[in-house]
Design a protein around this ligand. Structure first.
Ligand SMILES: [Zn+2]
Length: 366
């Protein structure tokens, strides 16, 4: 059977978003199991535990907590699983809470326990909450592997009253991570690539990607303003749906391309570790546009939009200390190891990336 002939669409089973959504944790946990376990760091515990535990208690469930410390490493996950089972407990529902790290750790613990999974994102900094993927790191914070759950999360609860209090830079990162999905998906579609379910894309995936991009263009600036007021607004709610639900559905059901490829190269540039994933892929999207031979007007409009939301338009904006030719060459070489490179309209060399990055530096400085 040719996988390119089989359309596949996968998704989170239930998605709840709005002010106070964490209060649904009890009802949702009770529909999935009897022994809920919160996996979160100490700060996130402070944000969500009391509300989630009260909601669980109202359903006759006792919510326990294991504390996440440090990176998502295999050793850390083994220790958390052991702690979760202490005293003869057998948690059957994991509540994975936090930004990227807490959610990924919770996903890993849920997989090891064979438990159901509820994700409670406390920021919209990336596309992870709805997806079945997570990343293992080593102790030096180097990515070791991309891992997959046997299925997407059973539920995602997005409490916008919590998210509106998250730092601005996390939300801007989420904008960068979501904005590229339409353009990366278009490259996957044009090159006949497979999505993350190892099948062909669907009309649904393409339309969700289009909606994701449109909402960001229309609502990102106004949505970001909600952070100043400290309360969710309609634009904020729409933006969060784009960053958490639509972005997650878009990338898993379409696939990734150049914007994400560059995250393989950027860690080789000293200083880039000071900025978040979404800033890196936002920069990568601009490089992708140049390699797509977009018109000068299109590129100018893209740079203007990036600036309007606070995304970086050059290497200095990513914190890179020496954005010179040697650094650009190293990034280009590192990028060539990405598996997403084959999702592009033509084969690319490291020299192509170098040229494009130099051009972007010039455009951004102009
Ligand atoms: Zn991403």
């Amino acid at each position: 059977m040719d996988p390119h002939a089989i359309r596949v669409f996968g998704a989170v089973h239930r998605y709840h978003q709005g002010p106070g959504a964490i209060g649904l944790a009890g009802e949702v946990a009770a529909s999935l199991g009897r022994q809920p376990l919160l996996v979160a760091d100490e700060i996130v515990h402070g944000l969500v535990f009391d509300t989630a535990a009260a909601a669980c208690r109202a359903q006759g469930l006792e919510l326990r907590w294991v504390a996440v410390r440090g990176d998502v490493t295999q050793a850390a996950v083994r220790a958390l699983v052991a702690a979760a089972r202490e005293g003869g407990h057998a948690p059957d529902v994991v509540l994975a809470a936090g930004g990227g790290k807490g959610v990924d750790t919770g996903k890993a613990v849920a997989r090891e326990l064979g438990a159901r999974l509820i994700v409670l994102p406390t920021s919209a900094s990336n596309d992870g909450p709805c997806s079945k993927a997570f990343v293992y790191y080593d102790d030096a914070h180097r990515m070791v592997s991309v891992e997959f759950l046997p299925r997407n999360p059973d539920a995602v609860l997005v409490d916008t009253r919590v998210l509106v209090r998250a730092p601005r830079t996390l939300l801007v990162s989420g904008v960068g991570d979501a904005l590229c999905k339409l353009y990366e998906g278009d490259q996957v579609r044009a090159s006949g690539g497979l999505n993350l379910f190892a099948g062909a894309g669907t009309i649904a995936a393409q339309q969700l990607s289009i909606a994701c991009e449109r909402v960001i263009r229309e609502d990102a600036v106004e949505g970001l303003q909600a952070l100043d007021g400290g309360a969710p607004t309609p634009a904020f709610e729409r933006l969060i749906e784009a960053l958490v639900l639509l972005s997650g559905l878009a990338f898993e059901n379409s696939g990734l391309s150049l914007a994400h490829s560059i995250t393989r190269g950027l860690p080789l540039a000293a200083g880039s570790e000071t900025t978040l994933h979404g800033f890196h892929v936002g920069y990568g999207l601009l490089v992708q546009f140049i390699l797509e031979d977009r018109s000068p007007d299109f590129l100018a409009a893209q740079l203007a939009f990036h600036r309007s939301v606070g995304l970086a338009v050059n290497l200095a904006g990513l914190g890179v200390r020496d954005p010179g030719a040697a650094t650009i060459r190293a990034i280009a070489d590192g990028t060539m190891s990405s598996p997403h490179l084959r999702h592009f309209q033509r084969p690319l060399s490291a020299a192509d990336f170098e040229t494009a990055m130099h051009r972007l530096e010039a455009l951004a400085g102009a």
